[in-house]
Design a protein around this ligand. Structure first.
Ligand code: FAD
Length: 339
């Protein structure tokens, strides 16, 4: 049996490890370079009597200023094409791979299936946690299986799609936060490739007979760069609220006042509204409360204007929720996790 040595880093600075650039420290940090270190980390935390939290790229979290425990960064990498048949390609990546590098890897190998999810920040391991999605695609569409460490049973389990409980920006890993650590992810990319061009901005590519996954990826990247502020320049955590899914009756007053309000019928008959549209119509685009603000470019993106803390961001988020609720009667739900 291999011996795992874990080196705790005291007073671990996380300010450069979260895309909101919040000033954040952890009593101890660990950078995990191998999946075998995950079980050992839980043992170590239990021995020390310290709480443990898992972090990937820090792009979907609002980090508290101080964490009196261990923050473990998932950093183990690796990716491969497992098999290619006439009707599919199986690809796999370790949890610490950068998600966008994995997308580029599959596209450069000539395989389509996740090109609409290009440029989403963060790691492969976190991608199934909130079932990442963009431009009419989500990871559940091409999911094959994943391996995860269950900190309750101490076992490593292979999760099928059914076991993951995927829903809109949701999964069992999010529902039972802290229990599972995703170790690796396997995707099944269908052949022949069917481009997913239903989303505004991509439909102009439809009908081209020379279309490749690389061309769609390039268009997705261009669209994202034109719409979203770059987190390296303007620190943010992407969409701060989920698009609310509501009963049609509750939307009637909104549609009576704004017949063109964006709304999308869901398979269960409910309607998905645009959280960004609701915030913008509430007059909040560009609004700021001290160091926390709402992007001028995109009403759904909360930004750190300089020196913001988790409390500043949460105060602004609370104000937005209350304003939208008062104006439209719609409840917004925060997407980034408070850690
Ligand atoms: C500019 C910007 C644009 C974005 N655009 C999109 C978008 O289009 N679509 C979308 O869906 N999301 C988007 N996001 C959100 C974010 O990129 C994704 O949620 C991403 O998957 C988070 O990955 P991460 O590694 O940074 O996770 P982190 O922020 O580090 O962690 C998020 C949560 O997952 C948990 N976690 C992390 N790794 C693991 C693991 N291996 N096993 C179990 N739990 C784990 C953490 O404990 C935490 O609860 C965007 C974010 C930004 C900053």
């Amino acid at each position: 049996m291999t011996q795992t040595t874990l080196s705790l880093i005291p007073d671990f600075d996380l300010s450069a490890r979260n895309t909101m650039a919040l000033q954040a420290r952890s009593r101890f940090g660990l950078v995990l370079d191998a999946p075998e270190e995950v079980p050992a980390t839980f043992v170590l935390a239990a021995e020390r009597g310290l709480p443990l939290r898992i972090l990937g790229g820090g792009s979907n979290v609002v980090l508290s200023a101080e964490f009196d425990g261990i923050t473990a960064i998932i950093a183990f990498k690796g990716r491969r094409i497992i098999e290619e048949t006439a009707d599919h390609v199986l690809v796999e990546a370790a949890a610490g791979e950068v998600w966008n590098d994995f997308v580029a890897y599959t596209v450069e190998a000539g395989f389509g299936g996740i090109e609409n999810l290009a440029l989403i920040p963060g790691t492969v391991g976190a991608a199934p946690v909130q079932n990442i999605g963009a431009y009419g695609a989500e990871i559940a569409d091409v999911f094959e299986s994943l391996t995860g460490y269950d900190s309750v049973t101490g076992e490593i389990t292979t999760f099928s799609r059914e076991m993951c409980g995927f829903a809109y920006r949701d999964s069992v890993f999010k529902q039972q936060a802290g229990r599972y650590v995703v170790l690796s992810l396997r995707l099944k990319l269908p052949k022949p490739w069917q481009p997913n061009l239903g989303f505004a901005g991509l439909s102009e590519l439809a009908g081209r007979d020379d279309l490749t996954p690389a061309m769609v990826m390039a268009q997705v990247i261009a669209l994202r760069q034109s719409k979203l502020p770059d987190w390296r320049v303007t620190p943010n955590a992407g969409s701060f609220f989920q698009n609310p899914i509501v009963n049609p009756a509750s939307v009637e007053p909104i549609l009576a006042e704004f017949p063109k309000a964006p709304n999308y019928t869901q398979p269960d008959g409910r309607l998905k509204l645009s959280a960004g549209w609701l915030i913008e119509q509430s007059g909040l685009k560009g609004f700021a409360m001290g160091p926390a603000g709402i992007s001028e470019r995109h009403a759904l993106v909360l930004i750190n204007r300089g020196g913001a803390s988790a409390d500043d961001i949460s105060a602004l988020a609370g104000h937005i929720k209350a304003t939208v609720k008062a104006r439209f009667g719609v409840e917004l739900h925060q997407e980034p996790v408070l850690l």
